[in-house]
Design a protein around this ligand. Structure first.
Ligand code: AGP
Length: 588
């Protein structure tokens, strides 16, 4: 969603804020703004566009001062306009505020504030925070009290940072992440560690209902009732280099290529942690698996392999649907939550509800310091490093790798991935080496309106995932279909030259899926095969290397990621920042 950053310290603030916003731009990227405080005056500049564009057009880099806040927006309330960009101020420029989240009661608050004489300049929910803070600060003349009273009035989810004309910065957190980075005589306040990791690895993760006030030298931390609290300083361990594009044109392409390494790293789990995770799983009565988007597709694969190898039956529920499917969730249940970010609001809500019903929670998460990791009874880390591309690529195969390793640990190595990854590495390298062929297939699809992807069994979730990648990166309608279902309706959609990708490695699903391929070919489809076995039915062919049957998902998704990437380039879309999307969806 939006990213927020605040800095107070010895250095000039504008270049720091810009650099931080660039690093967090993946979270939200329709508009950008900065407010700096210099000589007792707050100056705000903001506009629509990406960080680099707005920085240039508004000369953000040279804004003076050593105290300031910044924001990249992903619109929720109010269109993408300069006025709706953050920071927002009240009726005066004494306070400026950046916000991430949604203020659910904003219209009632706005009406009340208008009645009291406040003038609103934007259509956002966020602007009410600035006006409320302004009102409370003028009433109490005390930042602590003004922050507490403001937070008491707000409902919804929020993390916000405010800069005051007296040089203080204050921030509050409720159900949205907010992290402090400690530097010599100063500090950062950010929605992501990437906002400050270049400067410090010392972080304080704020708890819900925490408020901080800092002037760069002192730091007060208290809760919404005004009680002072302490939070530990954590050392965050990620190398910043991993957030650069390296030799690649886009983060997405780099992350696709990194999979040869990240799939292996995902398997490097601490044994004790892995065993405790598996113990909880083995002893659970009802197992539910949840996730959103790509992480939900990992859950679908988990359901297959848990049942196949560990005889554990589970139900998968999309996180956004979890609240409507609670009938059998109880204190004997286990919820496995899968998430790259660990901050997805739908996932966190599912976890919260399951927790209230007495269930245990275990999770597979890429960000070990995330909210999800911290509220789980046990978690395993995907270990794939920061994923910047909005489309999940390496985190998906990393999640699958963790899930396969869990099963391996529960069934004495029956999947075999924990003992021997050489086969997988070879197969992934072969797909990566086929990039040019895949890009040429993308050339043939540039003008199509729809793409269908067929797969059976374990390959069906991969067809869903491939379709999701094509939708989000190339803005082409794409649908994953269980191959056996095509004759039950979707066949009616097939016309001359309709592109259909058939995921058909030579496992137990092969014969049935090749028949489906012939059925669609007979209706005029252009058939693209993804398989280790060539057949005349395919108009285009993406060869994958033969691997053990159950491991195909780790390999066959990669050509679909590459295809989606090249389709995006053909469509002149930015693969790293698809329109209308955000990396971490921290609103419901
Ligand atoms: C994947 O390409 C998407 N951008 C999206 O579906 C994502 O997987 C989903 O929002 C869940 O995110 P999470 O894994 O961080 O919870």
């Amino acid at each position: 969603m939006c990213s927020i950053i605040g800095y107070t310290g010895k250095l000039f603030v504008a270049p720091i804020l810009l650099q931080s916003l660039k690093r967090m731009e993946y979270r939200g990227y329709d508009s950008v703004g900065i407010a700096t405080m210099n000589n007792g005056k707050i100056v705000t500049r903001k506009g629509i566009g990406k960080v680099a564009e707005v920085a240039e057009s508004l000369d953000l880099l040279h804004m003076p001062g050593r105290i300031g806040i910044g924001h990249t927006r992903w619109a929720t309330h109010g269109g993408v306009t300069d006025k709706n960009a953050h920071p927002h101020s009240g009726c005066t420029d004494d306070i400026a505020v950046v916000h991430n989240g949604i203020i659910e009661n904003y219209s009632a608050l706005k009406a009340e504030l208008i009645r009291l004489g406040h003038n609103f300049k934007s259509q956002t929910d966020s602007e009410v925070i600035a006006h409320l803070l302004e009102l409370n600060y003028s009433t109490y003349k005390d930042i602590k009290q003004a922050m507490i009273e403001t937070c008491k009035k707000l409902s919804g989810t929020y993390a916000f940072v405010a800069v005051f004309e007296d040089g203080n910065i204050s921030a509050a957190r409720y159900d949205e992440p907010l992290i402090i980075g400690i530097v010599d005589s100063g500090c950062f306040i950010s929605s992501d560690v990437l906002g400050f990791l270049e400067y410090t690895d010392k972080a304080i993760f704020l708890d819900n209902k925490d408020i901080i006030i800092t002037n760069g030298t002192t730091l007060e931390l208290f809760d919404f009732d005004g009680n002072y609290v302490t939070r530990p300083i954590t050392q965050v361990a990620w190398e910043l280099g991993a957030a650069d594009k390296g030799k690649y044109a886009h983060h997405t392409l780099k992350e696709i290529h990194e999979q040869i390494r990240t799939i292996v790293e995902a398997g490097n789990q601490n044994n004790e942690r892995l065993h405790s995770f598996c113990d909880i799983l083995a002893n659970a009565k009802n197992v539910f698996i949840t996730g959103s988007g790509t992480s939900y597709h990992s859950a679908l694969i988990a359901k297959h392999i848990f049942s196949r190898f560990a005889k554990i039956r589970c139900e998968t529920i999309m996180s956004s649907e979890f609240q409507y499917m609670l009938d059998s969730v109880d204190d004997k249940s286990l919820l496995i939550a899968i998430s790259q970010s660990g901050e997805t609001a739908d996932v966190l809500q599912a976890v919260k509800i399951a927790r209230q019903m007495g269930s245990k929670i275990i999770s597979v998460v890429n960000i070990p310091t995330s909210s999800l990791a911290r509220i789980s009874d046990s978690f395993l880390s995907v270990n794939c490093g920061p994923e910047i591309g909005v489309a999940a690529t390496k985190s998906f195969t990393g999640q699958l790798s963790v899930l396969y390793n869990i099963i391996d640990s529960m069934c004495n190595g029956c999947v075999g991935i924990s003992s021997d990854k050489s086969e997988i590495i070879k197969a992934i390298q072969q797909v990566l080496d086929d990039e040019i062929n895949i890009s040429k297939i993308a050339d043939t699809m540039e003008d199509v309106k729809d793409i269908y992807i067929l797969g059976r069994s374990l390959h069906y979730p991969i067809s869903l995932e491939g379709a999701l990648k094509i939708k989000e990166l190339a803005y082409i309608h794409a649908e994953g279909i269980a191959a056996g279902e095509i004759k039950h309706g979707p066949l009616a959609l097939i016309e001359k030259n309709t592109p259909v990708i058939v995921i058909n490695p030579s496992d137990s699903t092969y014969n049935s899926t090749i028949s489906s391929a012939y059925e669609i070919k007979a209706r005029g489809a252009t058939v693209v095969g993804v398989s280790d076995k060539m057949d005349d039915v395919y108009d285009h062919f993406i060869k994958i290397t033969k691997v053990r049957d159950n491991l195909y998902p780790l390999v066959e998704v990669i050509p679909l990621q590459i295809l989606a990437y090249y389709l995006a380039l053909k469509k002149k879309a930015d693969p790293d920042y698809p329109r209308n999307l955000a990396k971490s969806v921290t609103v419901k």
